[in-house]
Design a protein around this ligand. Structure first.
Ligand code: NAD
Length: 246
């Protein structure tokens, strides 16, 4: 696989690399992206209709059950070659900030040392009223289970459409986008804000921006380099091209 010489040179010389990932980096681990059609029982729903506070208020059991199904997929999944390559990248550059919109912990399971989670984590549960993280609750037939502290519904600790992002994670992500030499946007449709706008912080300063996606996104024509293909194939090849000795 051939890469642009300047991309390789800039990557090798970079002091700080920022990487934003989306659902596409987990697609090769068989976790469906939001743009994939859902299958089986869930085929008649659109994720955008379930991943909202309004959906949870209207039908908490439906939303809880959907997340239980997705938790099952995540638990059965294994990190793929793209996620493993990103874990190796942390040892190859002086500083890497890995920012993810994913909630599946696959970067951590692949060995990435630090991950900025913009949209929470599906394996955590919190109280829908008070927001406190709840690690366990008594056995119950109620769905969703009630918070053991206040009795409100429990919900997954993820950011739903229309909700604010965790401020500290967003601060770290924006800071990295403002300081990095190279910003990668990998496996994201670049439609969900504010994550999709981070790359413009790097662009404004004239930093190198690289998109990696099998398809086109609204940013494909704006980035310095657009790499087309699955991240599980392109990322290992890119690392090999930049650090053949590693
Ligand atoms: P998205 O579903 O909107 O877009 C996925 C993108 O990945 C598409 O542009 C697609 O072309 C690309 N893609 C598909 N296969 C790929 C591959 N093998 N390699 C690289 N790219 C590939 O996802 P989004 O932009 O992340 O936004 C949707 C929201 O839903 C986000 O908040 C996201 O975190 C969340 N979500 C998370 C998960 C997860 O944690 N795994 C799964 C689904 C949705």
């Amino acid at each position: 696989m051939q890469f642009d010489a300047q991309l390789i040179e800039t990557l090798r010389g970079a002091r700080h690399v920022a990487v934003l990932t989306g659902a596409g980096v987990s697609a090769e681990s068989k976790i469906p992206t939001f743009r994939d059609a859902m299958t089986g029982l869930w085929a008649r729903y659109r994720p955008e209709e379930l991943a909202t506070p309004q959906a949870f208020a209207a039908n908490p059991k439906l939303v809880w059950d959907w997340y239980q199904w997705r938790r099952g997929l995540v638990e059965a999944a294994a990190p793929n070659e793209g996620q493993k390559a990103l874990a190796r990248l942390a040892d190859l550059v002086p500083r890497l900030t890995l920012i993810t919109q994913n909630v599946d912990s696959l970067h951590q399971r692949a060995g990435s040392p630090e991950v900025v989670e913009l949209h929470g984590n599906i394996s955590r549960t919190k109280c829908a009223r008070e927001g406190r993280i709840v690690a366990s609750w008594p056995d119950t037939d109620q769905v969703p289970p009630p918070c053991p502290h206040c009795g409100a519904h429990l919900r997954p600790d993820v950011v739903w459409f229309g909700e604010s992002l965790p401020p500290e994670a967003l601060r770290q992500a924006a800071d990295a986008a403002r300081r990095c030499d190279v910003f990668f946007s990998i496996g994201t449709s670049a439609l969900v804000q504010p994550a999709a706008s981070l790359i413009y912080e790097t662009m404004r300063r004239g930093g190198m921006t690289v998109e990696l996606n099998p398809g086109e996104t609204p940013q494909s024509d704006e980035v310095t380099h657009s790499l087309r293909g699955p991240s599980g194939v392109i990322l290992p090849a890119l690392l090999h091209a930049a650090w053949p000795e590693a």
